[in-house]
Design a protein around this ligand. Structure first.
Ligand SMILES: [Zn+2]
Length: 166
């Protein structure tokens, strides 16, 4: 954690980084999200993704989620400031059957993590600055093996257990 902070500050010394080395639970996530303008989810497991999503829905904080495994990348923006925005659970329900596949087991084509991360950064900066059209309501899919990018429309699920009654 400190190594990551040092590396990032070496590139950009003006950025203030608060590195926390602890397992995150919902209470901690909620507290951190309440102090944030935007959340970037770069985690590698379903449980943490759902927990961050819940906290973002609660505080109507924009969530920029990215994932990469093998040759497949995904980026999603949930601009929860908008009342009609879907949330992560609208797409991947909390009680859904999810086969947890992690990079540590399945591997990931190295440049893909850079592409997904840079795309998340691009969307985050646009959302914060209020520039252009975000990926909100669309799922960006990159099939790196076949050099194919596409977007799929995602709509709010009116029976979503996380955001339906907010
Ligand atoms: Zn939802």
């Amino acid at each position: 954690m400190d190594a990551a902070r040092l590396a990032l500050n070496a590139v950009n010394p003006e950025v203030e980084i608060a590195a926390l080395q602890s397992r995150i639970d919902f209470q901690a996530a909620e507290k951190l999200v309440a102090q944030s303008d935007l959340v970037l989810d770069c985690t590698d497991n379903f449980a943490t993704r759902q927990l961050l999503n819940r906290a973002c829905v609660e505080h109507r904080t924009p969530l920029v989620s990215g994932a990469a495994i093998r040759f497949d990348g995904q980026v999603m923006v949930f601009d929860l400031r908008k009342p009609d925005s879907p949330c992560y659970a609208c797409l991947f329900p909390e009680d859904g059957e999810v086969e947890e596949v992690q990079c540590s087991v399945m591997g990931v084509f190295a440049p893909l993590t850079g592409i997904v991360g840079a795309t998340q950064a691009l969307e985050a900066l646009k959302l914060l600055a209020g520039i252009g059209e975000s990926l909100s309501g669309r799922l960006l899919l990159l099939d790196a093996k076949n050099a194919d990018w596409r977007t799929v429309r995602v709509t709010r699920d009116s029976s979503c257990t996380v955001c339906a009654n907010r």
